[in-house]
Structures are given as structure tokens and as C-alpha cells.
Design a protein around this ligand. Structure first.
Ligand code: PMP
Length: 386
């Protein structure tokens, strides 16, 4: 053999435990991890279809939608963006993106790759008012407005109520990324007239990454079924994928081989959301975020998002204090405590720490642990400088 078997793969796999208190992924609960070990099923087996139907109901619950075209994409959160632009946009269509951080920038990049004429409204680290949005839609007349509900790079939560009414008035579709916000703050897809929403499995939903719940409104489905050109990306073509998921009144047909293990984990994670109740989760999130804010304030941190009502309760951003190197603190906390917190991303790189409280880690005890680690890190990293 020209390429010999690698020595590395003759060693056992070693994966350390880390407490994941960054902007995601988070640690799934044992029940979800156990679900991954069920036997593998074929993607077209009856039992698998039942599991997919259960998942659909769970996604409808967490999104608060009755949308028939509800399913989980076999890929990470980015696939939600790809699916939206692939299915709803044709070359030359206008897309308006609200950018309050890195993920809005990413969405506009992806929209451009699909040939859209993209306009961005940029307010890094801040929210957009209804008036600003109304004016922009009135002048630009986009086919689709794209919003990041919870910006993990800046820690901002964009209010959504009232925007759906505006987009309907101008015959514009409303697309929302809820990757970091779903189950942390209220979200009502149908009541808020949202046309397409997707979320991440690896954050508040407490499942592993790599599977992305998404739902399309009737209006969005109409756009998909009446588009002139083929959906350019086969892998996210909702007309075909929706058939495998039993979303239309037609028999199921093969689109791709789903990962049954990830679907078991997602089903279990959605079952936990159903058992706990979304309202209780959101209350718990608020309570733990409050504890974190108090603790960070006591440590002398300043918040990157000053007004508390604009903050995303699942990801808190605090300014890096003078004389401190954020990379050094992040590395210290990991090395000494095996805790993952993160520095900034994109426009906040080097400027903030990002501390996440998500899913299974949304407890006052975990908040206290991360605060203790930060206190120790600040003390030691400051000492090393002076
Ligand atoms: N949107 C937001 C708001 C995110 O925070 C992320 C990643 N954390 C994504 C989209 C992309 O998700 P993924 O890394 O799972 O592709």
C-alpha cells in the first residue's frame, strides 16, 4: 500500500468531557445522548416514518406553527439559510437582510451566491425599529426579508412582533433564523406571520448538531411550487424533501439517507421540550440569565448590549476589560476548568466574551460554575500582564 494504515487510528478514541458554556453547541442531557445508541433503521422503514412524524409535531410545537411543510434538514444550521434562498429566491430577486452581527452578514453572503439583489440594513449590536424596517421595505420592495432573531456574535435579540404585518402589506416573505433564540424567548411563527423559520438542534433544543428543524408557511409553499426555475440545490429542494417527510398528500419517496441516530436524538430532545413546556423553559432561561447578569456585574464586567431588554438571554456578551487578552482568558478557563466560553466573532472579535446558557446547562449551578471560573481567570490573566 502506498498509503500505510495511520498509527493514530490504532489508538483508542479519547474524548474529554467539557462543560459547554459558549454560544453553542451545548451539552445534551443523558436521555438525548442515550437515544443516539438505538439500533440504526433504514430511512424508508415504517418505524422511521413514525419517528419523523413525531418530530414534525414536535417542531410544529416549538415553532408554534401548523405548517404542513415542516421537517428537519440533514445538516447543520447553515442549511436553513441555504434552504431558504434556494427555495424562495430566483436570480435577480430582491432580498433585504437586517444585519446586527456576523450571522446577518453570513445570510447576505449566501443570498448573493443565489443571485439575489441584496440590500442590508446594518446596526451591529443593536436592534431595528419597526419604522426603520417599514421604510426600508417600502423603498426597496424586497421579495424576502431575512432576520436573525438571536445574534450569537453580538448577543442581541431582535423583536419580531409587528414585522409580519408589514411584510404582508408589501407582499414580502418573512424569514427568521431562530438558531440561538428558540426556546429561550417566545416565538410564534403563525401568530407573527412568519413565512419560514429554522433553528439549531445544538443549542436550546439540547440535541447534537447536524440536524436543522425548518418550517414553511402556506405563502412560502406557494412561492416554491410556482417558481419559474428549478431549485438550484437538490439537497435542500423542499418539493422533493417534503415528499420523503410525508408533508404533502402523496406517498413517500426517497430523497436522501437520513441519519436515524440524529433523528432519535432530535425526537428525544423535542419530547423533553414537550414534557417541560416552552413557557417553563423560557421562564427558567430568564431566571438564569438574570443570575448571570448579576454575577458578571459583580465581577466588574460591562455589557456589550447595554439595554437589558435587547439582550438574548441564551448568549451574553460582555466587554473585554482593559489590559486583558480575551484569547488568554478563554484558553485559561478551558485548561484549568474544562469549560468552553468564547471570545467575539466577526464584528465583536477581540472585543467581547460570549457566555452561553443553553438547554441542559440552563441551571443556576452551571451559571455559578462559569462565574467562578471567570473570576479566577480575570485574576490570573491580569496578574500575568503586570
Ligand atoms: N445562525 C446563528 C444565529 C448561529 O449562531 C449559527 C451558529 N452558531 C448559525 C446560524 C449556523 O449554525 P451551524 O454552525 O449549526 O451551521
Amino acid at each position: 500500500m502506498e498509503v500505510p494504515p495511520p498509527e493514530e487510528l490504532k489508538q483508542p478514541l479519547v474524548v474529554p468531557y467539557k462543560l459547554l458554556m459558549g454560544p453553542g453547541p451545548s451539552n445534551p442531557p443523558p436521555r438525548v445522548m442515550n437515544a443516539l445508541t438505538h439500533p440504526i433503521l433504514g430511512h424508508m422503514h415504517e418505524e422511521m416514518f413514525q419517528i419523523m412524524d413525531d418530530i414534525k409535531k414536535g417542531i410544529q410545537y416549538v415553532f408554534q406553527t401548523k405548517s404542513k411543510l415542516t421537517l428537519a434538514l440533514s445538516a447543520s444550521g447553515h442549511s436553513g439559510m441555504e434552504a431558504i434562498f434556494s427555495n424562495l429566491i430566483e436570480p435577480g430577486d430582491r432580498v433585504l437582510v437586517l444585519v446586527n452581527g456576523y450571522w446577518g452578514q453570513r445570510a447576505s453572503d449566501i443570498a448573493k451566491r443565489h443571485g439575489a439583489q441584496v440590500k442590508t440594513l446594518v446596526q451591529i449590536g443593536d436592534t431595528f425599529s419597526i419604522i426603520t424596517i417599514d421604510n426600508a421595505i417600502q423603498t426597496f420592495r424586497p421579495k424576502l426579508l431575512f432576520i436573525i432573531h438571536g445574534e450569537t456574535s453580538t448577543g442581541v435579540c431582535q423583536p419580531l412582533e409587528g414585522i409580519g404585518e408589514i411584510t404582508k402589506r408589501y407582499n414580502c416573505l418573512l424569514a427568521v433564523d431562530t438558531v440561538a433564540s428558540l426556546a429561550a424567548v417566545p416565538f410564534k411563527m403563525d401568530a407573527w406571520k412568519i413565512d419560514v423559520a429554522y433553528t439549531g438542534s445544538q443549542k436550546m433544543l439540547q440535541a447534537p448538531a447536524g440536524i436543522t428543524p425548518i418550517a414553511f408557511s402556506d405563502r412560502a409553499q406557494h412561492v416554491i411550487f410556482t417558481r419559474k426555475s428549478e431549485v438550484p440545490v437538490y439537497y435542500v429542494d423542499m418539493k422533493i424533501l417534503g415528499r420523503q417527510w410525508g408533508c404533502f398528500d402523496s406517498s413517500r419517496t426517497y430523497h436522501h439517507t437520513t441519519c436515524s441516530s440524529l433523528l432519535y436524538a432530535l425526537r428525544e430532545a423535542l419530547a423533553l421540550a414537550v414534557e417541560e413546556g416552552l413557557e417553563n423553559r423560557i421562564e427558567k432561561q430568564k431566571f438564569c440569565a438574570q443570575k448571570l447578569y448579576e454575577g458578571l456585574q459583580n465581577l466588574g464586567f460591562e455589557f456589550y448590549v447595554e439595554e437589558e431588554y435587547k439582550r438574548l438571554p441564551s448568549v451574553t456578551t460582555v466587554k473585554v476589560p482593559q489590559g486583558i487578552n480575551s484569547n488568554e482568558v478563554v484558553a485559561y478557563v478551558m485548561k484549568k476548568f474544562h469549560i468552553d466560553i468564547q471570545g467575539g466573532l466577526g464584528p465583536t472579535a477581540g472585543k467581547v466574551f460570549r457566555i452561553g446558557i443553553m438547554g441542559y446547562n440552563t441551571t443556576p449551578e452551571k451559571v455559578a460554575i462559569v462565574l467562578e471560573a471567570l473570576k479566577d481567570a480575570l485574576h490570573n490573566c491580569r496578574k500575568s500582564k503586570f
